[in-house]
Design a protein around this ligand. Structure first.
Ligand code: SF4
Length: 304
């Protein structure tokens, strides 16, 4: 890593009492400068706990929005405001309001990969690491509306056998993980353990050894006796896994599994964001933030 930019970032961070949070899908150079690297759930917890006055959120917009909702008094900055999430953009508050009218008795579980307005209309937020546990806590006689990811929703339904209605959203990165990729990985690495993310389609998920969130993958790889892993999620997590487990081998199910929005992260943008020369402060209107915070806080309470 170039040392002058790193020194500059560390100095700016101290001067501004800032914390840098980075998603495991961010480029390695950004992960290496971050105070905390994690998945959406881990980052939400850190965002809720941090005593820092400024949060530089290296991820995509819905994650920075979540940090702003949980920390209304803090300054949350996203280094590149163009880093959106196509899945989050697949549902609007009007879409969810119409769905709720069709299923008024159902509980709304909302994947955090969604706009703040949609969280505000939901009962409980979930991430891929706690969606199962939270769905199991919804009373058995209550149906579940799951938005916006139909693949994560169908995985929860397969595991819980709950009555569920799924929104037709999906992650354009994870849907590209095909059964053919898994078959090739299995034949090229017959002794490897295959881990896949629940945003991947069912026909691919069933060919893997474990279905796990990125946080779950990190925990599994650290504790497993296996020494070789094939990873079915965004390629950035390989950096996290290799750094934390230098004695184990990791490869991606296919090098094409990248999220262009996560790839927008860079050290240069982090430095500019801290220096006030780039990035964007993320704010959420108070009435929306107050309601969305309720569904996020319920998630945090139900995950504990
Ligand atoms: S990997 Fe998929 S869900 Fe995650 S930010 Fe990229 S597009 Fe959105």
């Amino acid at each position: 890593m170039p040392t002058d930019i790193v020194e500059k970032i560390l100095r700016l961070k101290r001067d501004r009492n800032a914390v840098i949070l980075a998603h495991t899908y961010q480029p390695g150079e950004v992960q290496d400068i971050a105070d905390f690297v994690g998945d959406s759930y881990g980052l939400s917890v850190k965002a809720a706990e941090t005593p820092a006055e400024v949060i530089v959120f290296c991820g995509v917009m819905f994650m920075a929005e979540t940090a702003a909702i949980l920390n209304p008094a803090k300054e949350v900055i996203i280094p590149d405001p163009r880093a959106g999430c196509p899945m989050a953009d697949m549902i609007t508050a009007a879409d969810l309001a119409a769905l709720k009218q069709q299923y008024p008795e159902y509980a709304v579980l909302c994947y955090v990969n969604s706009p703040a307005e949609v969280k505000a209309l939901s009962d409980i937020c979930v991430t891929s690491s706690n969606a199962l546990a939270i769905a199991r806590q919804v009373p058995a006689e209550t149906g579940i509306l799951f938005v916006p990811d139909k693949h994560l929703g169908s995985w929860v339904q397969e595991q819980t056998e709950r009555v569920m209605v799924m929104w037709e959203g999906f992650c354009p990165t994870h849907v590209r993980i095909t059964p053919a990729m898994l078959a090739r990985a299995r034949s090229e690495h017959p002794h490897a353990t295959i881990l896949i993310h629940p945003e991947a389609p069912r026909e691919s998920r069933v060919l893997a050894d474990q279905v796990l969130s990125t946080g779950g993958m990190c925990a599994f790889a650290a504790h497993s006796d296996a020494t070789e892993f094939i990873i079915g999620t965004e390629i950035g997590v390989l950096h996290t896994l290799r750094k934390r487990n230098p004695q184990k081998r990791f490869s991606c199910v296919d090098e094409s599994i990248t999220c262009p929005n996560m790839r927008r992260g860079s050290l240069d943008k982090v430095e500019k964001a801290l220096a006030g020369e780039g990035g964007m402060r993320v704010t959420v209107p108070q009435d929306i933030a107050d309601r969305a915070r309720g569904s996020l806080e319920k998630m945090l309470a139900m995950s504990g």
